[in-house]
Structure formats: structure tokens, C-alpha cells
Design a protein around this ligand. Sequence first.
Ligand code: MG
Length: 414
Amino acid sequence: MNSRVAVIVVAAGRGTRFSTDQYRQPKQYRDLGGRPVVSHALEAFLSHPAITDVLVVIHPDDTDLYDRAVAAIGPVAGEKLRQAVSGGASRQESVRNGLVAMENRNIDLILIHDAARPFISHAVIDAVLEKLTEGNRAVLPAVPVVDTLKRLDDKSGQLVTVDRTGLWAAQTPQGFDYRTILEGHEKANLAGRSDFTDDTAIAEWLGFEVILADGDPDNFKITSRSDLDRAIKRVPMTKIQNPGLAELGDVRMGTGYDVHAFEDGDGVILGGIRIAHDKRLKGHSDADVVLHAITDAILGAIGDGDIGAHFPPSDPVWKGASSDRFLEDAVRRVTELGGKTAHVDVTVVCEAPKIGPHREAMRQSIARICNLPVSRVSVKATTSERLGFTGRKEGIAALASATVRLPFTGEDFS
Ligand code: MG
């Protein structure tokens, strides 16, 4: 098949049926297996070999959400994905905007899909394309209605069983000859009609025969909270290759505290850098009290034990070890959960050495180890007014907090 086949994904809806729960995001951008709902359908179309152009119609307020959804797809977005266009007041208007935006691309066939149907398979896409290439101008994927249907009779007030023979539940992507459906939408617009709820309804209105193709019960539309729960159960948690912080809605915070005593020496290691001093810190590893506190803060945020559990001081392997590796290990554990360490703040408590002159170097060192921008690392210092062990210059204490962001698994609170 050498036709140019485009897809319009309609993602401009506001999802009013979701508005009563705690989230404000439209359903097509809600988290499904660690990435936005719409990214699932986009990936299916972008990876289909027969499809040449994919265009998404979005609400103008959703550009950031859309950019994140595209980022979550990764390299498959490639060269097929066109610049998104803004939707209109109705679904019908949104589709028309998408059709018009495709006008100069020599499109032969077009598929129109709802963003809230994440489980569109290549098999259903193939079934629709097959009917189109046979010369049909309008193709509807559908599944037989299996539930027994009842209708409340207006006059009698009684429930009446509806004969479901010949009844089909319509799905998307609906497929069309591009020029036919573009003209259909233009005619509907000129006729002042904006009430068509799907595109095959326009084809019917124009008098074209709509041909059925095999749909798939899994290709359901997420319209309610229970649909989203059903979808979450179906999709495995996927690890996003390089998630943006916005995709990581589960925000965790952890704290860490560590102390090391001074002994005779010529310098201390703090935050991964060496600071000249007339003492050094005593410990099994390099005794970097700052990195130890940060490591515990990150482990605390993901509920994964503490530094002593992962790197027991009794194990000779860690003797004299550079503490970079402890912190790197904690950061790796976050990454393995599909998350990111977002921020680190540490307070060093000592009378000496003076921390101020080394603060920036420490920030940079910690940022490098945690793979963070320096702006997301804070180093503060204080004395304890000569009180206690730090006041008596017997050692150094460090307190840290870390913010970690993880993907929602769908099992927690949502
Ligand atoms: Mg320690």
C-alpha cells in the first residue's frame, strides 16, 4: 500500500466527568503505567509502519501536558509526529481543525482516534486500513454489544428489553478517505451542524455507507474513574527512559542525620571534597558525614533502609571507601523505581573548619554525584554555639533532607 495514511488523535476534551475527584488534569493526560494516557495511543500509531503522519488536536491550555506526553514516548515520536493544533468548542470542531491542518500533506487516508483509548492495537488499525484500501470511504471499528440492554419506556414508565441483535458499540480509530471526510466536515460546518458525536455520523449524514471492521473489547475509552482503574490494572508499570519531573507525581521527602568524631589528621572530606584542617574524621569509610546524611535522606524518601543496611561498617570491602559510591547507589535505587532525586538540602554543624569558603565546591560536588543541577542542591552550615560535642570541637554532625519524585503506581492514593 503506497497511500499516505495520517492519524488525528483528538485530545482537546476537558474531561468534565473527572472533575469531581482530586485531580484536575484531563483524563487523556492522567497517569497510566507511569506515563500519560495519550502517550499510549500515540506510541501505537507512531510505531505502525503504514502510518506516515500523526497529528494531535489539543486544548490550548494543555501545551505543557502535551509536551510531557510526547517526551514520555521517546524516540518513536521521530519524524511522523506533526505540530499539534488547537481544538475547538466541540469534538467535531476539533476534528475539523485537525483535518484542515493536514490539507497540504497529500494525505489519502485518515484515521481519527480518541486520545482516551490507550489500548489501540496494530491489529485493529490493520483491520480498519484493510477496509479502506478495498475502496470503502468510511470504516468503523466496532464490537458487538454483549450486555443486555434496557430502555425506559416514556409512556408506560416500564423497562423494556432491547433486542441487541445487530447492535454494535462504536470505537475509534474511524477510518476515511481523507477528501471525503474533510468535505463532510466542511459541509456540516456550513450547515451549522456541530452536534455529530463521531465522524462516521457525518459520513452517514452525507449518505456514505459505513463499513464495519473488527474492533477489540480492550480498545475501551476511559471516561470515568472506574475506566481508569480498569486501564491501570491492565497496563504494567513501565519505566520511563527519561521522565520529566511533572510525570513523577508521587513526591517523597526523606531526612538523614550523621555524626563522625575527629581524630588527629590533616583534613576532612565533606560533600565529596577535601578541606584542609588540623584533624580528620574517624570512620570505616572516608567518614564523609555530609554524603552519609544525604544518602540516608534519599533512602528514607524511598523507604529503602539506611546506609548501614546496604553498606555494613563490619564489611571490610567498605574500609576507606569513597562515600560517592554510597550516595550514587541511593540515587540509582531511585532511578530503578522509575523516579528522580529532585532536591537535596544539607546542614553541617561544626565550629571548625569553616564551611562557608567551601560551600559552592560542596554544592557542585554533591550535584555531580546526584546528577542534579547545582540549583537543586543546598549546603548550609551552623555552629552549635560551643555547646555539645560539636561545640567542643569533638566532631561534625550533618542533617540532610531530600526530595524524591516517583511515578504513581496507581495503587497508592489515586
Ligand atoms: Mg557515617
